[in-house]
Design a protein. Sequence first.
Lengths: 113, 110
Amino acid sequence: EAAVTQSPRNKVAVTGGKVTLSCNQTNNHNNMYWYRQDTGHGLRLIHYSYGAGSTEKGDIPDGYKASRPSQENFSLILELATPSQTSVYFCASGDFNSNERLFFGHGTKLSVL
Amino acid sequence: GQQVQQSPASLVLQEGENAELQCNFSTSLNSMQWFYQRPEGSLVSLFYNPSGTKQSGRLTSTTVIKERRSSLHISSSQITDSGTYLCAMEAGNMGYKLTFGTGTSLLVDP
């Protein structure tokens, strides 16, 4: 079974602070994604990547940066965290080129106070 | 506007009853997937179903691309089926990324 690991599982941050959410996949998938999930909105795409060195803006990229230094790792960075970024964040990997399904990490619950 | 509409928003079943969950898309799509979100929050892929019908145990997914819809049928529901079911589409011109619906919350009572 494909494995996607997120860290940390829970994070409390202060407004204006920097937050980095990390994601590691051992599936050798080219594509990786960061979503946030909020009540009433479902899962919304923040950033995604087609491979090492690439990052693409998703549907709600404002206030977030992403980094893909290697095939395995994809980070989401909040340079200046705000309370509106309090949410549950999910990382996922997949390879639509080969018609594979998307595999998710367990999620990171972020609270910005 | 909302590209992926799921219905119903919530559903309560008695154990053993069947359920039909619907997903409708407002744009053309290349493929779609169904996911199950456990009550504790983790997400599991159920089906990658670009078209036609796929079955896995008590679950059956049917996608009709031309009509921009997909359904998930759960037969003989069990208490452990409780959770949220999400559908997601990969649109034709938006690269390899999924757009999700807001989900159907299912509760199966004993």
